[in-house]
Design a protein around this ligand. Structure first.
Ligand code: NAD
Ligand code: UGA
Length: 319
């Protein structure tokens, strides 16, 4: 079972599992029938004999019929995004990231599911200085990060409870990019800015750094987490290099052959200065080694986006 199957990372995960001959039930509250992004993300998979998609909400729907029969649950559903998590949106973050996770865990335990792989986040570290290790401090500085840490701790608590049937691997993904990236994220926005001429809003001075991770690497780690020897573990999944936003702008310019149009904008609350993953545990536990460099990954992302967006066309849907 893959929750968040219609999302960016979830749809790539489904694709990878199907390629490996795994039968997948995808669950998402968005469906290709009523959401353009879901339609694009899942477009190529809907007729696949190994795949069934159900539209439903993990916060309110009865989960048993979906979880029943699953040996592994990949829980990627959630409301992502650091910057929009302040203010009135928080109720939705809380429900979709924390309450939904608790409901899913409860259901998994009652049905004897053996492994849950959870999408956690580098945002659990907040502004701690790197290289960030899983046994180091977690101190989120955004409401989003607080909900991701709460979900992670809940999942680990369920796994560690006496006689629990379930084991948990929580993957702390670091800023994932690549084809089908969410429209609110930086690299896709830079590439679209080149195509459309609409400037990228550069938040702060651009010297903030991220350990950008190509989506195929994040998915390989996620698949490996299903069978790793583990009871209750949190593991960093990074791209292997911490690079500034200014440096990414420069690389995008080189790859696309055009300067990214930029408009200076203010620093956004909750944005951390640096993320840099220590990958020792990922290597040991999952055999993980990022295989796509940032330049190669941006090239893949650019090739995908430019093939589907005619130059000069307006930016694509944002919801
Ligand atoms: P996404 O928004 O593309 O996908 C999330 C999916 O979850 C969406 O399709 C959404 O409809 C679904 N969803 C949300 N609430 C739901 C609910 N209550 N019931 C059913 N479905 C629901 O996001 P993404 O970028 O693919 O991220 C996937 C996961 O990874 C999220 O949990 C996110 O917090 C985490 N994560 C992402 C990144 C990244 O860089 N993209 C980094 C760290 C962690
Ligand atoms: C990303 C995801 O959006 C989160 O869901 C995830 O949890 C987080 O990674 C993570 O690693 O845990 P973020 O690092 O903010 O969050 O990723 P981007 O949206 O790609 O932003 C990267 C940097 O570019 C940020 O410093 C941001 O301020 C900047 N940016 C982004 C801009 O300057 N302009 C934009 O239009 C978008």
């Amino acid at each position: 079972m893959v929750t968040g199957a219609a999302g960016f990372i979830g749809s790539h995960l489904v694709e990878s599992l199907l390629r490996q001959g795994v039968t997948v039930l995808g669950v998402d509250r968005r469906s290709p029938g009523d959401n353009a992004i879901a339609a694009e993300n899942l477009g190529g998979l809907l007729g696949h004999p190994g795949f069934r998609l159900v539209q439903g909400d993990l916060v309110t729907d009865e989960l048993k019929p979906w979880v029943d029969g699953a040996d592994t649950v990949f829980h990627l559903a959630g409301v992502p995004g650091v910057r929009p998590s302040w203010g009135d949106t928080f109720g939705e973050y809380l429900e979709c990231n924390v309450l939904a996770t608790q409901r899913l865990l409860n259901t998994c335990v009652s049905l004897g599911v053996q492994r849950l792989v959870l999408a956690s986040s580098s945002s659990v570290y907040g502004d701690c200085t790197g290289p960030l290790r899983e046994d180091g401090l977690t101190a989120p500085v955004s409401p989003y990060g607080v909900t991701k840490l709460a979900a992670e701790r809940l999942a680990l608590a369920y796994a560690l409870a006496p006689d629990s049937p379930i084991s948990v691997v929580a993957l702390r993904y670091f800023t994932v990019y690549g084809p089908r990236q969410r429209p609110d994220m930086a690299i896709g926005r830079m590439l679209r800015a080149v195509l459309t001429g609409e400037p990228l809003h550069l938040y702060g001075d651009g010297r903030q750094r991220r350990d950008f991770t190509f989506v195929a690497d994040a998915v390989a780690a996620t698949v490996a987490a299903a069978t790793a020897e583990a009871t209750a573990e949190a593991v960093n999944i990074g791209g292997g290099d911490s690079v500034s936003v200014l440096d990414v702008l420069r690389r995008v310019g080189e790859i696309t052959g055009a300067e990214v149009p930029v408009r200076d904008d203010v620093y956004q609350p909750g944005d951390v200065q640096v993320t840099e993953a220590d990958l020792t545990k990922a290597r040991t536990l999952l055999g993980y080694c990022p295989s796509v460099t940032l330049t190669q990954g941006i090239e893949h992302h650019w090739n995908w986006l430019s093939a589907r967006t005619p130059a000069g066309s307006p930016a694509t849907a944002t919801a």
